[in-house]
Design a protein around this ligand. Structure first.
Ligand code: CP
Length: 317
């Protein structure tokens, strides 16, 4: 977030690009963006490719787990297993074919320190010889948070809206990257920001800072102008031994699924989610299908946030 600078200027640029997304179509001529995916993606993959094409760039996409050699990431390992190549050779090779590298590498939940130090991404920064941007790392998803901010700015009905980020149930352990980034960006934006989640899901202070945390979900929703739903696994802040775990059987928490019950106490709030979303786990069909659901324009704004970020990176090459 600190790399994007003042948010008002970033938003101004985003709306300028939204008006004419090909305004800088010559900026990336003869430049190549390489997008490396260690994990699945629909929106990030497509929107970032589109953004690079808007700027006239060539794009190479690599799914590391489909067609590339299996990569060893630890130094000192005797490579007699199924991994044929080490990241320490693969990264500079990738860097030699491009000008900018985007990387998606989720938290592995093996070791909190490794995840929160961004062990994989830091190796790309150190060894690729290229500027690197994160397409969702172990701890952050800035392209998503920037798109969320653009969407809030577009739809807000008052100068300083109340934005509530709510945890919602999910059967699998999900990373904290999206809520971390959303919290970080909302704290920097001019909004009244509240986070609500069950006890044990406290986010890392580096991201959530002094944001208001309300453990009573219904109370948090009162008067909300925007509701941002997301599941995340235990961040290991108050429960270090539970890092990356789902704390309870999700059936116990189904009353946290965002439904008309919670939405009824809001200020006719808009609903946001980064997608993909599990319906009737995170949000009910009627809420996500309501006219106040912004999930599609929010996803469309991923193209805009990525275009701004790539434009800035091209300008500083
Ligand atoms: N929101 C988001 O990053 O979507 P994908 O995982 O499909 O890229």
């Amino acid at each position: 977030m600190s790399d994007i600078g003042p948010l008002d200027l970033a938003l101004k640029e985003a709306f300028e690009i939204k008006k004419d997304r090909y305004k800088y179509e010559n900026l990336g001529r003869r430049k190549t963006a390489m997008l490396i995916f260690f994990n699945n993606s629909l929106r990030t993959r497509l929107s970032t490719q589109k953004a690079a094409m808007n700027l006239g760039m060539n794009v190479i996409v690599l799914d590391v787990n489909q067609g590339a050699w299996k990569l060893e990431t630890e130094r000192g390992v005797i490579m007699d297993g199924d991994k044929s190549e080490h990241l320490l050779e693969a990264i500079p090779v990738m860097g030699s074919y491009c000008d900018i590298i985007g990387v998606r590498s989720f938290a592995r939940f093996e070791n909190r320190k490794d995840d929160y130090e961004e062990k994989i991404l830091q190796q790309f920064i150190k060894y690729s010889g290229r500027p690197v941007f994160f397409m969702e790392s172990a701890t952050v998803h800035p392209l998503q948070a920037f798109a969320d901010l653009i969407t809030i700015e577009e739809y807000k009905r008052k100068e300083r809206p109340k934005v509530v980020m709510t945890w919602a149930p999910h059967p699998r352990a999900l990373p904290q990257a999206v809520p971390n980034s959303f919290a970080e960006w909302m704290r920097a934006a001019d909004v009244d920001f509240v986070v609500t989640h069950p006890e044990g899901y406290e986010l890392d202070p580096e991201f959530v800072g002094d944001a208001k945390v309300e453990y009573d979900q219904m109370k948090a929703f009162e008067g909300a102008d925007f509701v941002y739903a997301k599941n995340w696994s235990c961040p290991g802040v108050t429960l270090p031994n539970q890092y990356g775990k789902v704390l309870d059987d999700y059936h116990k928490w189904m009353d946290w699924t965002v439904s008309s019950r919670q939405m009824s106490v809001t200020n006719d709030a808009f609903f946001l989610h980064c997608l993909p979303v599990r319906r009737n786990m995170i949000v009910t069909d009627d809420v996500i299908e309501a006219p106040t659901s912004l999930v599609i324009p929010e996803a469309a704004n991923r193209e805009i946030s990525a275009t701004v970020v790539l434009k800035r990176m091209l300008e500083s090459l």
